[in-house]
Design a protein around this ligand. Structure first.
Ligand code: FMN
Length: 354
């Protein structure tokens, strides 16, 4: 067999199912049943990063890939779902941002493509959107607090993600450890997946034991071989330590800033300077408050794409969670999942000895 044919065959061979410790399989059974895959790990949707290749790789490795729709128009989402399906016959989901102006059309695209799971991101209670999506899919929502979680379930959410402030991207103020303790003991009606700062299998095991049905991880998958992020973006992850993944700072409460966790760079410093300059302009009466707010919001427009796709890690937004310090090399998704399962297995074996 020629080398080329051998290579082709090796990439088309069905991947081996991951070795999941029996105790883990038992603990996350509700999660695996809900997702329809053997590993209850959602690959957290990351705009520009979670496209067909990474999503299909996660699902092919036994996890649950989720396409990040981000600001895509309906036509592009349609193409992305179809392209993902060409790369995997395993289940995957689609993450929609509830503030998207074409939300209804995007849900229709999911329906026409028979998407099995829709994940709604962002703070607003997406009551109407949940109803529409529930007609054809299982609906997953982000719950930032126990009271909100209960309202989401009442509105029809079939599962929840609770995401702590250690996570990469847009974040709330409460840590994963606190959210897990506040929400897992009281929300039993639907599966709950924990996100934010998770990078090891023994940590996954702990959250399952607290009552989670699975976890969602983003940062840990960025340096997957299958991920299309620019080599400079991946290098920045491999070099960074936890303390470099910082939440954006609001300069003044008159100009509110939604916190985003990203690697500190020139852009971070410039953002502070821009906030100061815009506020001064407003105080001098040169800029109305709404226009000032718009100028602040526009600062990061396109910045994630610049970092992920163009590799501008100095001025772009290198969104990353605090677990970035535990990302040490580029490796295939299957190897990442195998390592996580081995770590969970080691933790269980160590306990059995005690
Ligand atoms: C680069 C990047 C982009 C992200 N984009 C999105 C997004 O578009 N929608 C979303 O719901 N979450 C987004 N997230 C959050 C992830 O889906 C996931 O919940 C988070 O990464 C989990 O925390 P971790 O980074 O500590 O693993 C993003 C995270 C990162 C690192």
């Amino acid at each position: 067999m020629s080398e080329a044919v051998a290579k082709e065959n090796s990439t088309t061979t069905a991947p081996q199912p991951p070795q999941v410790p029996a105790r883990v399989a038992q603990l996350w059974k509700r999660g695996t049943d809900f997702l329809g895959c053997p590993v209850a790990i959602l690959g957290g949707a990351m705009s520009w990063v979670s496209e067909r290749h990474l999503v299909a790789a996660i699902s092919n490795a036994g996890g649950f890939g989720v396409i990040a729709c981000g600001s895509m128009p309906p036509k592009l989402l349609d193409a992305e779902i179809k392209a993902t399906r060409a790369l995997t016959d395993k289940p995957f989901g689609v993450n929609l941002i509830t503030m998207h102006p074409d939300l209804v059309e995007l849900i229709e695209v999911c329906q026409s493509n028979r998407v099995s799971h829709v994940v709604f991101a962002a703070g607003l209670l997406p009551g109407e959107a949940i109803k529409r999506a529930k007609a054809f899919a299982k609906v997953v929502c982000f719950a930032p607090a126990a009271s909100f979680a209960k309202r989401l379930i009442k509105s029809g959410a079939d599962a929840l993600v609770i995401e702590g402030s250690e996570a990469g991207g847009h974040i709330g103020p409460v840590s994963t450890a606190v959210l897990a303790q506040e929400i897992l003991p009281v929300i039993r009606d639907v599966p709950v997946f924990v996100a934010g700062g998770i990078a090891r299998g023994d940590a996954i095991l702990s959250f399952l034991e607290l009552g989670a049905s699975g976890v969602q991880m983003g940062t840990r998958f960025v340096c997957a071989t299958e991920c299309i992020a620019h080599p400079k973006f991946k290098q920045a992850f491999i070099r960074a330590s936890a303390r470099e993944a910082v939440a954006s700072v609001q300069y003044d409460k008159r100009l509110p800033v939604i916190a985003v966790r990203a690697l500190a760079n020139e852009g971070t410093a410039e953002f502070m300077e821009t906030q100061r300059r815009v506020l001064e302009k407003h105080l001098r009466g040169e800029l109305e408050l709404p226009a000032a707010q718009l100028e602040i919001e526009h600062f990061w427009a396109g910045a994630l794409r610049r970092a992920v796709i163009d590799g501008d890690v100095e001025r772009g937004s290198v969104m990353a969670g605090q677990s970035v310090g535990m990302v040490t090399r580029e490796e295939p998704v299957a190897a990442i999942i195998a390592e996580l399962m081995a770590q969970a297995g080691e933790a269980l074996a160590a306990r059995a000895k005690n």
